[in-house]
Design a protein around this ligand. Structure first.
Ligand code: GLN
Length: 485
């Protein structure tokens, strides 16, 4: 089926006129119609417009860009002109918010000729690790639909793994691309903070938010990064650095590299199957000619508490814009204060409210020094751990998550247990470094397990080349596909 193709495979066929963009788009639509009632990955369907676009592209007939005519889905926090975008929050859903502009990323994809076929599910405003805080309900894991797809980009991960699209866009503030990619068995990259533009993507925590893609191969991720990365005058935090041809950088030669293995990521409580899979992955890397070195990232144990002070603080500020006046859900009220109170109480879900309260507390006079300032200091120490480590090693490998996909409802009554799911994915975000999630094995009950490959800031080329070499060696026939039941 064409919808199962990768970008590079589909591009070859489009170019050789063995398939049309319309056929490709229709096959994705057909798959969404066939399996999405089980997955709940797609929350908005843009099928009519997508087919129109596809026909237009076919008529032009020049597949000069590798993304031309390729259908994709975007996480429901990317603003796309004329397409309802809700952040999977009742705040915007109740008012059918339709952005009058495009995010830089979807604009760049549009210019390359890619075709947006709809929006994917996420935790409300990307806060979560399971998509259970979405106002549309949970997205399920295509490998076992009694389990979560992960989060917050769970819809994007499930959609890619289930071949509902050729690739999807996600965001990663503390793991939201890498963890769901890992749970569903696809590839996802969090790039260096500032490598890609956040313009037009709903903010969660602005000093950590990054945007990126989920795809079926490392090659596709590399190709997409070249298309979306780079300086954007609309986002002052983007770096003014040349964007290399990341695809051409995939030489497959990683001989002589040193791979760091941080002991803090392999605690006794680590799931034994996850541990085994990572060990096997390291063996595969060794066969490719790398050396390994045990290293220490001593401040790792402070990463989750630090993240859950810094992030809610920024959230409490970013969520202030949803006041029921400029955007979103409106309420009945006697006066202005009551109006804000009612609009925000009714519009936001529990997780968003919890984080607004924690953040407001951590930033308040009297507590700022004890919590926020302290957390910023520890953030610097975490960043320095990585800087020191990368003086000795080229990349660092760890698990992405402590367990494979968990059951729906497993942590819904225990927010701290949910936060601990992020134990391996928030340090990289606090440090602003690139990190890739690649499938590296399966548990006995057939749930995907993923390897995380990190590099120094702006080290995407190296990270992708290691991921590419690994994926080829590990899955010569391609990563297995789920049977959706
Ligand atoms: N699970 C993390 C959190 O809840 C990460 C979310 C994200 O990266 N958007 O904050």
């Amino acid at each position: 089926m064409p919808n199962a193709l990768t970008i590079t495979e589909a591009h070859k066929k489009l170019k050789a006129k063995k398939i049309s963009s319309e056929e490709l788009t229709r096959s994705c639509i057909k798959q969404i119609e066939a399996v999405d009632d089980k997955l709940n990955a797609v929350v908005y369907r843009n099928f009519e417009k997508a087919l129109e676009e596809a026909k237009k592209v076919d008529k032009e007939g020049t597949f000069d860009h590798p993304l031309k005519g390729i259908p994709y889905l975007a996480k429901d926090v990317y603003c796309e002109k004329g397409i309802p975008t809700t952040g999977c929050s009742n705040v915007l859903r109740n008012k059918d918010y339709v952005p009058p502009f495009d995010s830089t990323t979807t604009k760049r994809l549009k210019e390359a000729g890619a075709i947006s076929i709809g929006k994917t599910n996420t935790d409300e405003f990307t806060m979560g690790a399971s998509t259970e805080s979405s106002c549309y309900g949970v997205s399920t894991c295509p490998w076992d639909t009694s389990r979560v797809a992960g989060g917050s980009s769970g819809g994007s991960a499930a959609a890619v793994a289930a071949d509902e699209c050729i690739f999807a866009l996600g965001t990663d503030t503390g793991g939201s691309i890498r963890q769901p990619a890992g749970f569903c068995g696809c590839v996802g990259l969090r790039s260096t903070y500032g490598r890609t533009s956040r313009y037009g993507v709903m903010s969660m925590a602005s000093s950590l938010d990054t945007i990126g893609s989920l795809a079926k191969s490392v090659e596709d991720i590399a190709l997409l990064l070249s298309a979306i990365a780079g300086k954007d005058p609309l986002d002052a935090t983007t770096g003014d650095r040349a964007v290399p041809d990341y695809l051409a950088g995939l030489t497959g030669d990683i001989k002589g590299m040193t791979v760091g293995i941080p002991k803090e990521y392999f605690p006794d409580e680590l799931d034994s199957e996850v541990h085994e899979s990572i060990k096997n992955a390291v063996k595969t890397l060794k066969k490719l000619g790398v050396k390994t070195k045990e290293i220490s990232l001593p401040h790792t144990k402070y990463a989750v508490p630090t993240y859950y002070v810094v992030v809610p603080s920024e959230i409490s500020s970013n969520m202030a814009r949803y006041d029921g006046i400029r955007y979103g859900h409106t309420a009945e009220a006697g006066d202005l204060i009551e109006y804000y109170f009612n609009a925000r109480s009714e519009g936001f879900g529990d997780e968003v409210k919890r984080r607004i309260m924690i953040g407001t507390y951590a930033l308040s006079a009297g507590y700022y020094d004890a919590y926020y300032r302290q957390a910023q200091k520890v953030r610097t120490l975490i960043k320095q751990d990585f800087e020191k480590a990368f003086e000795e090693v080229d990349v660092i490998v760890t698990p992405v998550s402590p367990t494979p996909a968990f059951k729906i409802g497993a942590h819904t009554d225990d927010p701290v247990a949910m936060y601990l799911e992020d134990v391996f994915s928030v340090s990289q975000a606090l440090a602003g470094i690139p990190s890739l999630s690649v499938p590296c094995g399966f548990s006995k009950n057939k749930l995907p397990i993923a390897l995380q490959i990190m590099g120094p800031q702006w080290g995407e080329e190296r990270v992708l080349n290691v991921g590419y070499s690994f994926q080829k060696a590990m899955w010569p026939e391609g990563v297995p596909k789920p049977e959706i039941a």
